[in-house]
Design a protein around this ligand. Structure first.
Ligand SMILES: Nc1ncnc2c1ncn2[C@@H]1O[C@H](COP(=O)(O)OP(=O)(O)OP(=O)(O)O)[C@@H](O)[C@H]1O
Ligand SMILES: [Mg+2]
Length: 355
């Protein structure tokens, strides 16, 4: 394996002794072994092994690279290097899911939803979080990562923690008219992840290159800001999705900025579904209601952490069931008081149910 050293030059000898080679090129390295004080210099998508120093640098290193492995000696570090690359698990199309955030307007919580889903899912499955909001991207800034114009070059998802990769919007401005829907779906299809979570811009109906993405999706999480709820607008949410090829059974509703003084979740659900044809067999569900918490949200964004984790874990139970990793289950969601407790998750996380 090729190893980059960011620390004591004497480490080199221990690495070579075990049959690995040293590289100075971060793009060539499989692993980086670094002293805790050098953590910031470790390339984002390298496997990081950090040698602890017993000082405050250790705390900072753990904060900035939670995905790293932490050891006390160079011998321990070298012991963690695999002797050959293990073959990557290949996911078949039937074992992959595309989830999208969605809303007809800005600032309602789409990005918060996409990040929360991806963070929680990556605790159990290999997840890619993509930013399709080319005009107002947020994902790159959230994780402090950048990428090239992947419409004209290689597509390189960036590993931000174990099992979680992100594909931010390219740092160059991409002219609207130059993007084709097939390019985006081709990229999605070429990615080897169990779950791809896509963050989308407001009102994707106005951006025809996103229609095929919506049509291709397995679940769409529509975010309704309860504090701004209006019947006519919410009715349009659902029917716009239908017009983009998303049937009602693939729609899920997230009520954001929930407050019991505003319109009830039942009223929101009724408005959302009111435009659907009567023959729609399965209607969307309200799967989460997220309380308003300005200060906590700001702090969470600053620290790149997520809030309401247990709510998102509940939402994700359905995704695991779709992947065949647990027995079929429904998110408890808002109308859960009458849910059968026997239907609780069976946290097997082994592939047990075929599609
Ligand atoms: N429940 C909440 N309580 C308080 N603040 C929230 C809540 N949900 C989201 N926010 C904040 O509102 C702002 C907008 O949220 P977010 O970026 O997720 O929305 P968006 O729909 O993706 O916006 P845009 O259309 O601009 O992409 C963010 O600063 C976020 O932290
Ligand atoms: Mg957003």
């Amino acid at each position: 394996m090729k190893v980059m050293i960011l620390g004591n030059p004497d480490y080199t000898e221990a690495v070579i002794r075990k049959g690995h080679s040293i590289t100075l090129d971060p793009f060539d390295a499989h692993y980086t072994i670094a002293d805790a004080i050098n953590t910031q210099a470790i390339p984002k998508d390298n496997e990081a092994i950090i040698i602890l120093s017993g000082t405050v640098s250790d705390w900072a290193a753990k904060q900035s690279r939670p995905d790293a492995k932490f050891v006390n000696t160079i011998e321990e570090a070298v012991g963690l290097i695999k002797t050959s690359e293990e073959p990557e698990e290949i996911f078949e199309p039937k074992d992959k899911l595309l989830l999208l955030s969605y809303a007809n307007k800005g600032g309602v919580g789409k990005t918060t939803t996409a990040i929360s889903l991806a963070e929680v899912l990556s605790e159990n499955v290999k997840t890619l979080l993509c930013d399709f909001d080319y005009a107002g991207p947020n994902i790159g800034a959230f994780y402090s990562v950048e990428t090239n114009n992947y419409f004209e070059g290689p597509v390189k998802p960036i590993k931000v923690k174990n099992n979680l990769y992100v594909l931010p919007a390219p740092k160059e401005n991409i002219p609207r008219g130059s993007i084709k829907g097939e390019q985006i779906t081709e990229i999605i299809d070429s990615m080897n992840f169990q779950v791809i979570v896509g963050d989308t811009p407001p009102a994707p109906w106005d951006l025809p290159y996103l229609h095929s993405l919506f049509e291709r999706s397995d679940l769409v999480y529509s975010v309704v800001d309860q504090s701004l709820f209006s019947v006519s607008e919410t009715k349009r949410f659902g029917i716009t999705l239908v017009a983009m090829g998303v049937p009602p059974e693939k729609m899920r509703i997230i009520i954001n900025r929930y407050n019991s003084r505003h319109a009830s979740p039942r009223k929101i659900l009724d408005a959302f579904c009111s435009g659907f044809k009567k023959e729609s067999r399965t209607l969307p569900k309200v799967v989460a209601h997220i309380p308003e918490a300005w200060e906590e949200q700001v702090k969470a964004g600053y620290r790149a952490t997520i809030l309401n984790k247990e709510v998102w874990e509940d939402v994700c139970s359905e995704v695991y069931a779709k992947l065949g990793l647990i027995q079929k289950t429904e998110p408890k969601g808002f109308f859960s008081k009458f849910a059968n407790p026997m239907q609780k998750l069976k946290p097997l996380f082994t592939r047990s149910v075929a599609h």
